[in-house]
Design a protein around this ligand. Structure first.
Ligand SMILES: Cc1cc2nc3c(=O)[nH]c(=O)nc-3n(C[C@H](O)[C@H](O)[C@H](O)COP(=O)(O)OP(=O)(O)OC[C@H]3O[C@@H](n4cnc5c(N)ncnc54)[C@H](O)[C@@H]3O)c2cc1C
Ligand code: SF4
Ligand code: SF4
Length: 387
């Protein structure tokens, strides 16, 4: 044994199981509903309801009740290894991706470049929410054999063939990518499409998800969860300050404004909730009215800027038809550079829209302020301390 090996601190054995996850994350209110624990469970004893009022994991076996797990008692630790809200999740993911932790002035996470980007393909650009970058990345990565599938959000069809319920789905080609383009502001735990991807034999995946979901893979890698983490190759984040419960459509949009969710063709949030309908009409709903339908899992979320994605994307600022693009990792930079070389995207410096960068920093601070003072203090690093 070399001297260096002899002095290396021993890795502390990870023994935490469902019991701790339930106490510290699920029951405490920190759980975002990202479903990382669900897909990581090798015994399939964690359930998940993708329905209004739920979006939380629960234990399926009756033996020890909802708060403890028989497999955990025998040594299984996969769920806590996968959870991006358990204990030192933020610093562990930072260390894994960047080799260091976030500094006080890195409110929106560690990054390399900020750009404004849009897809050059008109079909992709027009279908996308902002500049269509996310869809362009997925299509380019599939066509260049970098991934063989993407976990995205699709829309569930109702009996009439319409529908506005966001559900997790798998995309393996351009049409399936574009079927999911655009933003729904209700929750879709895209990680839950992992099972379908496995059934389809896919082994090199991109995950598209809000901030909460993009920390899943880096935390899994760092905590060596094993097989389940291997297919995640590319991590695309969506900037996010909240998502809404699906019941908002029926209880607010339909009741007060007569807007049937089945007739919505596009929605966006730009200071107000903007809604475009099939009959060509356009409506604005005050965001304050929507707050009562904020999904419970978002109330303590500290991550606005998808700080653990390879590339994080948003639509704030003055340049609303461009995707505000935060390039974080070497992989993220390599993908953007190769796409520029291949002529599939158009870019401008982020400095062309300083208001967007400034707003991102402010919204990132606002989200971090939601992280409770009784929880792990690292997610609040950089916040001004109260006198
Ligand atoms: C719930 C939510 C909240 C957001 N909040 C903000 C915000 O506060 N500020 C901001 O700047 N940007 C926010 N965004 C991101 C923004 O709306 C765009 O998704 C982003 O700018 C990328 O645009 P694009 O044109 O490049 O993506 P597109 O090419 O349109 O691709 C969008 C991708 O997002 C996926 N997606 C859509 N809806 C959902 C969903 N509900 N759950 C999971 N995946 C989904 C789609 O499957 C698709 O792959 C939010 C997005 C979502 C889904
Ligand atoms: S935050 Fe995600 S991984 Fe953690 S308990 Fe909730 S759903 Fe599971
Ligand atoms: S605010 Fe957005 S990122 Fe945070 S838990 Fe809610 S959906 Fe996830």
């Amino acid at each position: 044994m070399s001297t260096a090996e002899a002095t290396k601190p021993a890795r502390v054995r990870w023994t935490h199981q469902w019991k701790e996850l339930y106490d510290e994350v699920i029951n405490s209110g920190l759980c975002t509903g990202c479903a990382g624990c669900v897909i990581a469970c090798p015994h399939d004893v964690i359930g998940y309801k993708h329905e209004p009022g739920h979006y939380k994991p629960f234990h399926l076996e009756e033996e020890l009740g909802e708060t403890n797990c028989g497999h955990g008692e025998k040594g299984c630790t996969s769920c806590t290894r996968a959870c991006p809200r358990f204990r030192d999740w933020e610093t562990e993911a930072d260390e894994h991706l960047f080799g260091r932790v976030r500094e006080d002035d890195e409110m929106a996470g560690i990054y390399k470049d900020i750009l404004l980007v849009r897809a050059k393909d008109d079909g992709v650009y027009e279908t996308g929410q902002d500049g269509g970058l996310v869809s362009a990345i997925l299509i380019w990565s599939l066509e260049n054999d970098i991934i063989d599938g993407a976990l995205v959000s699709h829309l569930e069809s109702n009996e009439a063939g319409g529908g506005w319920k966001a559900i997790p789905g798998v995309a393996t080609n351009r049409d399936e990518v574009l079927a999911g383009a655009g933003s729904r502001y209700t929750y879709s735990a895209n990680t839950m499409a992992f099972g379908q991807a496995k059934e389809q034999g896919l082994s090199r995946l991109a995950l598209v998800g809000m901030s909460c979901q993009t920390s899943v893979a880096p935390v899994m890698w760092h905590r060596r969860v094993g097989k389940v983490s291997k297919p995640f190759k590319l991590n695309i984040g969506l900037l996010c300050s909240k998502s809404f419960d699906d019941s908002m459509f029926d209880e607010l949009f339909a009741v007060k404004y007569g807007l049937d969710k089945n007739d919505i063709v596009k929605m966006n949030i730009k200071g107000v909730f903007q809604v475009w309908m099939r009959d060509g009409s356009y409506h604005e709903i005050n965001l304050k009215e929507c707050h009562a339908w904020t999904r419970e899992g978002c109330l303590h979320c500290p991550d606005f800027a998808a700080e653990h994605a390879d590339i994080s994307t948003g639509g704030i600022g003055n340049e609303t038809d461009w995707t505000l693009t935060v390039v974080r990792t070497d992989l993220g930079r390599a993908v953007i550079e190769a796409m520029i070389t291949d002529g599939v995207i158009e870019t401008r410096p982020g400095d062309d829209d300083p208001a967007a960068i400034d707003l991102m920093q402010r919204l990132a601070q606002k989200s971090r302020e939601r992280w409770p003072t009784w929880a792990n203090p690292t997610a609040r690093v950089g916040l001004p301390t109260r006198k």
